[in-house]
Design a protein around this ligand. Structure first.
Ligand code: HEM
Length: 496
């Protein structure tokens, strides 16, 4: 009960968000922000050229993103501060402005979701935008602001694809997951352990293509074989200028972070995927055209982005952290997961989304993984107008046009919201802990929110968490235990 009271008082002071009812209450209540001291945003962008380059070197080389944001938060003793983020000087085709206002606590972060005060036009990965050649010269959904009519058309299309394909999604997830586990078991039998990344990416690519495009990649063996690696390259070329690799400095700075890469390097494989969808994804493309008013090419390019960048990219980052968290656990978590799964499921039927709804611990482990390692670390939004931004302890003036940069890994370790924020606590979201879902932001919105055409929350929000729960439940139907970590499965013990 004490916890619930504490949670409520914390919620009442969170700033506006369109989707959480508790948050909306704080709008009608006298604003607690008015009692907070007004503060000038600390930090600076430094001298032109020198400031951005120095910050860029810290970000990619000397510190890495986590220490970069953490050290500045500590230096300014503030969770809102000015800094620069990559990319910067020298060879970008249009001037990219690296100046941002970083927000790294839950309360200031949540301003990024309020579409009244921020806009999200072309800021998916910051002020830098990869060439639209990567997406057939189209600005796809994720780059559109909610004020652009095309955003509503494309967002509804994405939500519709998921809804219509949900049965196929569950069946394909099940079939391809077990293929992945079979392949990993066979590697363990041969080599003693399995680096599961290639098998996992085949699983993700096959089940997503079958469910989102409505066509099994197996009908085109070349695509089935090269699809995952082609998508990896296509995504990587778009985001290289902002992607920390931290392996081969200073070559990384000179060759990978100094200029954008041309689409020509992947145009052939992109065209093959386009042709595959045009040929075999007729039904979904037709709906895009007839029901959502898109042109055929708009529908296909957006489908490729949703499939390759949003879904394949997102799952390829998220699922390894889920497997690693569970397989490396030494606290007895697996026995508890196994018990819950077997108590609440019938091993003779294929599990569906409904089967995992009541698996509290399974779901909590999924949420905690998303809190502990948010798959998309950075979210950006530009001030639509002048407004007041509130952190837990201060109020700041934001000017129209300024770019806010939310660093999720720190916001998700906000000690004002999460107890023992630096610990992975599998039960964190069980029972009363469910209230904390208001503060789980991996999808660019609270986990209690609903993606719609009037916000920029991930269209796949619920599919992602339910699918991850389904995967865990299937694993613990099949195995008594699974050992591994850091991208490897080293042993499995079959269910007795
Ligand atoms: C683990 C997997 C996924 C992760 C981590 C993820 C994460 C995200 C994030 C963080 C955003 C907001 C980006 C921003 O504006 O800053 C987003 C947007 C989006 N996601 Fe996901 N996503 C995942 C899976 C999916 C799936 C399966 C779909 C399938 C439909 C999807 C469709 C979208 C779309 C269409 C948007 C743009 C929303 C808009 O413009 O309003 N995502 N995703």
């Amino acid at each position: 009960m004490a916890m619930a009271t504490m949670m409520m008082s914390r919620m009442m002071s969170i700033p506006p968000s369109s989707s959480s009812p508790l948050v909306t209450e704080s709008l009608s209540a006298p604003s607690s922000s008015s009692k907070l001291p007004r503060r000038t945003i600390p930090g600076s962008h430094g001298w032109p050229l020198i400031g951005p380059i120095s910050d860029r070197l810290d970000y990619f080389w000397f510190q890495g993103p986590d220490a970069f944001f953490r050290s500045r938060m500590e230096k300014h003793n503030c969770t809102v501060f000015r800094t620069n983020v990559p990319p910067s000087f020298p060879f970008f085709p249009r001037s990219v402005n690296p100046n941002v206002i970083a927000v790294v606590d839950c309360k200031s972060f949540s301003h990024l979701f309020d579409m009244e005060i921020v806009e999200k036009r072309d800021v998916l990965v910051g002020d830098f935008m990869p060439s639209t050649q990567f997406t057939g010269d189209a600005r796809v959904c994720a780059y559109l602001d909610t004020s652009e009519p095309k955003h509503a058309q494309l967002k509804k299309f994405a939500i519709d694809i998921l809804k219509r394909g949900s049965e196929v999604w569950v069946k394909q997830l099940h079939a391809n997951l077990h293929k992945f586990l079979d392949a990993s078991e066979s590697d363990i039998a041969k080599a003693g352990s399995a680096s599961y990344s290639p098998h996992l990416q085949n699983f993700i690519f096959n089940f997503l293509t079958a469910s989102l495009v409505g066509a099994d990649p197996a009908i085109d063996p070349e695509l089935a074989k090269s699809g995952p690696s082609n998508l990896n390259t296509w995504v990587a070329l778009q985001v290289l200028p902002i992607m920390p690799l931290r392996v081969i400095q200073p070559l990384e700075e000179i060759f990978l972070h100094s200029y954008p890469y041309p689409f020509a390097l992947v145009s052939g494989s992109y065209q093959k995927l386009y042709n595959f969808i045009e040929q075999h994804g007729g039904e979904v493309v037709r709906r895009g055209v007839e029901e959502f008013g898109l042109s055929t090419s708009e529908a296909i390019h957006n489908l490729i982005f949703v499939l390759g960048f949003n879904a394949f990219g997102g799952f390829s980052v998220f699922l390894p952290s889920l497997f690693d968290a569970v397989a490396s656990d030494k606290t007895g978590l697996q026995a508890r997961l196994r018990e819950e799964v077997r108590k609440l499921s019938d091993p003779s039927t294929i599990l569906g989304f409904n089967s995992v709804k009541d698996m509290e611990l399974v779901n909590s482990v999924v949420y905690e993984t998303l809190r502990f390692n948010p798959p998309v670390a950075l979210q950006y939004a530009r001030a639509r107008k002048d407004f007041e931004l509130t952190s837990h302890d201060s109020v700041f003036d934001i000017k129209k046009g300024e770019l806010l940069c939310g660093y999720q890994p720190l916001a998700m370790r906000d000690g004002n919201i999460f107890d023992e924020p630096e610990s992975f606590k599998p039960d964190r979201f069980v029972g009363e802990g469910e209230e904390l879902l208001n503060y789980l932001f991996w999808s660019n919105g609270p986990q209690t929110g609903s993606p719609s055409e009037s916000n920029k929350q991930c269209a796949g929000k619920d599919y992602v968490t339910r699918s991850a729960s389904l995967i865990l439940a299937n694993v613990f139907q099949r195995y008594d235990s699974i050992s591994g970590g850091s991208g490897k499965i080293t042993a499995v013990e079959k269910a007795k």
